[in-house]
Design a protein around this ligand. Sequence first.
Ligand SMILES: [Zn+2]
Length: 214
Amino acid sequence: MKKLKKLNLNQLATEMHEIGEVDQSNYVGGSVFFDPSGNYLGTSGLGDDIQIISADEFIHNQTYGLSSSGVAISSSSSGTQWAVVNHYLSGSGSSGSGFLMNNVQIASPTIDAEAGFTTDGDFYIKSGSYVLDNESDLINTLAHEENHYINNFDGSATGEINAINAQIAHASYSTTSSYYKGEVADYLYDQWERQGIANDPGYTLADARTHCGL
Ligand SMILES: [Zn+2]
């Protein structure tokens, strides 16, 4: 018969910590970790951000019940950013099996848009874009751009409003950051300005924010 082992206090503390971490992860999701080659490692601690860490360090921390702390993806190399965005393009898509876009490029950090398409139709995301740092913000940005991809890159005000409505309808929207939702609301209001209806009844900035869940 197997003899039951008594845990000493240190072992008990480690066990308890691990249970706490699992519960936290189920509740808030946890920070998402990738290695520098873009391989998904797992989640740890609190937060919704995407961080880069070596696989050895992450596994060590998991083994000993420690929280991991890596580098924000926006501060990592463009090669790492490219690999992580590719990970999300191949999963979490509107079809469930991946977004329809491919050929992602990491664009210059000085361009205006956070994401868009090159004249060749390649999807790009700005190097170091703030949308990279929050997992839901990134997935939701892909949902917006995928709508443009499906609709022949329609960048008219109507095309943008369609893309905004598609991203709000995507499962990732509810967990995007408040900052991100505010940017989406501002962008919706910009489209109403393009259409000449901004500030008409139902088309104020406050209406845009309500529409965007704020
Ligand atoms: Zn757009």
